[in-house]
Design a protein around this ligand. Structure first.
Ligand SMILES: *Cc1c(COP(=O)(O)O)cnc(C)c1O
Length: 413
């Protein structure tokens, strides 16, 4: 469970984070800064910003004051020392791989990862990096895959769509003992349910598009440095950044080589949408998790449903682990219908639930997985991820519980 050490509670800290800084006209939201260029009266200030000796803004591709305010919020939520935001979650994950890996490096990844992350890792393989996909519910599989060339280990907290829970704490202990960078994608749990820093993660990824933004109206991603990884042990830091204090090396390289050079910049308007959504993360998440647990238990009792996958039910293989690690069990669940139940007809009868591929929206969303988001990867890779053709994924929202369960009841009838 989460150790609540910060001076202010989670939600208070998010709500007042903008006002803690000097803010124009007393506005309670950080204003939208749309300027691409930032001008200086003294050329010495300009050069100091460019050389990383002074804080400030240079060119909008490397960030703007509005996205910087959001970065402060994410760092507060994750207990990190700094954050870099990106236009999407995938831009953030791509930046980690492109900015931090060199020729000959090896990556160990959970085999249960977001479909596009899996696709990105296959592209890395095609570019000549060695990638091992392992069952991260078992630390021994991760241990067995490590080599002298392993530069980073990548896992998600709760996997989408089959809800496997990674052995987060033991993998963290392993990475610390071996001096390997441990990257945890916290999207599915969000910092309200889990802080990867508590299990020794060096970098935390959040697709802000999902629960932190929460309203399905803006794309964004973030990388947070927890301050726990010793960057002097990382061989791939460019000389240009080694004059900074070592704790800044990783984020500096990610901001420069990852964000500036690849250009996946978060626009100020989008940063504002995410920041407004973040204010209610804890409230929404509590409601979503309670709805998801109730729906999972209800579905388990229906004769038309064969299997329900949700870490909150006792039958889930990592139920005890999830109880130990997370405040609650998250908003995603999946299930398989019994033989003979027409899946398409069932989905078409849903009225409250939206047929859609997003997750982490306030609205409940449903999608048949093998035919859509995991279609491109083919049957073999789906089988390795435990994805049956009949699997239906539900991203649970904040609807009134009776309306939600009532919709499933009428659609199954
Ligand atoms: C959605 C998602 C991403 C990618 O985020 P985008 O903002 O859609 O690019 C990465 N990881 C996980 C676990 C996700 O659910």
């Amino acid at each position: 469970m989460i150790d609540e050490k910060p001076k202010r509670g989670f939600t208070t800290a998010i709500l007042h984070s903008d006002r803690d800084a000097v803010i124009e006209h007393g506005a309670v939201h950080k204003p939208l800064h749309l300027s691409v260029a930032y001008g200086y009266r003294d050329v010495r200030d300009l050069t100091a910003v460019f050389q990383g000796r002074a804080a400030g803004f240079a060119y909008g591709r490397q960030g703007n004051p509005t996205s910087a305010a959001l970065e402060t919020k994410i760092s507060t939520m994750e207990g990190g020392v700094g954050t870099v935001t990106f236009a999407t979650g995938m831009a953030a994950i791509g930046a980690i791989m492109l900015a931090l890996l060199r020729d000959g490096d090896h990556v160990v990844s959970s085999q249960y990862v977001f479909g596009n992350t899996s696709s990105l890792l296959l592209t890395l393989e095609a570019h000549g990096h060695a990638v091992s996909f392992v069952d991260a519910t078992d630390v021994a599989r991760v241990d067995a895959a490590l080599t002298d060339a392993t530069r980073l280990v990548f896992v998600e907290t709760i996997a989408n769509p089959r809800l496997q829970v990674a052995d987060l704490k033991r993998i963290g202990e392993l990475c610390r003992a071996r001096g390997i960078l441990y990257v945890v994608d916290n999207t599915m749990t969000s910092p309200w349910l889990f802080r990867p820093k508590d299990v020794d993660a060096g970098l935390v990824v959040n697709a802000l598009t999902k629960y932190i933004g929460g309203h399905g109206n803006a794309l964004a991603g973030a990388i947070t440095d927890t301050g726990l990884f010793d960057w002097t042990k990382f061989p791939n830091i460019a000389n240009a950044y080694r004059s900074l204090p070592p704790r800044n090396w990783g984020l500096q390289q990610l901001r420069k080589k990852g964000l500036r050079d690849w250009g996946g910049t978060l626009a100020a308007e989008q940063a504002h949408h995410i920041a407004v959504g973040a204010e209610t993360l804890a409230l929404r998440m509590d409601c979503i998790c309670a709805n998801a647990l109730a729906l999972a238990k209800w579905l388990q009792q229906q004769p038309q449903v064969r299997t329900v996958y949700y870490p909150g039910v006792a039958e889930h293989p990592q139920h005890a682990l999830a109880t130990e690690l997370f405040r609650a069990y998250g908003g995603l669940l999946s299930f398989e219908l019994a033989d003979g139940v027409d899946s398409d007809a069932f989905l078409n009868r849903l009225r409250v639930v939206v047929l859609s591929s997003n997750l982490g929206d306030n609205r409940t969303l449903a999608i048949p997985v093998a035919q859509t988001i995991f279609h491109e990867m083919g049957p073999e890779r789906r089988a390795a991820m435990g994805i049956a053709d009949s699997l239906i994924r539900i991203s649970v929202g904040i609807e009134d519980r009776d309306d939600l369960i009532g919709d499933f009841r009428q659609a199954l009838a």
